[in-house]
Design a protein around this ligand. Structure first.
Ligand code: AMP
Length: 126
């Protein structure tokens, strides 16, 4: 895995989960990725998937991670969707990036949401 960018905060909550410093409810994991339940679920199924490597957001991940890490990550997302019986009913993937995206935890993650019809992506007020 490459050296973290200077912007990466190694004390963010997901880095602490990866180091085992705080608990998380594991869903499944793989060589380069880890999945756990969101502590404040917004849907009946709300799983967070993160790379083990130190990447701040989607752009950082896709810019610096190896092809092996990137493939591992998306394969794990797909595996979870099947294991949580979200196929064929469907689900939503969300990745918040930066201030406009409302990203709170500066370690790349996707939210995998499902278990009920989720409605529109955002309220219609622009
Ligand atoms: P984001 O706004 O995309 O950065 O989302 C961060 C998510 O992390 C939120 O949905 C939080 O509920 C979730 N979260 C924060 N701390 C924890 C934790 N210790 N375990 C599980 N999920 C967490």
């Amino acid at each position: 895995m490459p050296t973290p960018t200077p912007a990466y905060d190694p004390n963010n909550v997901f880095a602490k989960i990866l180091r085992g410093e705080i608990p998380a409810e594991r869903v499944c994991d793989s060589k380069h990725s880890f999945a756990f339940y969101d502590i404040s679920p917004l849907a009946p199924i709300h799983v967070l998937v993160i790379p083990r490597g130190a990447y701040t957001d989607l752009h950082d991940f896709l810019s610096r991670a190896s092809d092996e890490e990137i493939l591992d990550f998306w394969k794990l997302v797909d595996k979870i969707s099947a294991e949580q019986s979200l196929i064929p009913s469907g689900f939503r993937l969300v990745s918040n990036l930066g201030p406009d995206g409302g990203q709170e935890v500066p370690h790349f993650h996707v939210h995998l949401l499902g278990g009920r019809p989720l409605g529109p992506v955002l309220p219609s007020n622009r």
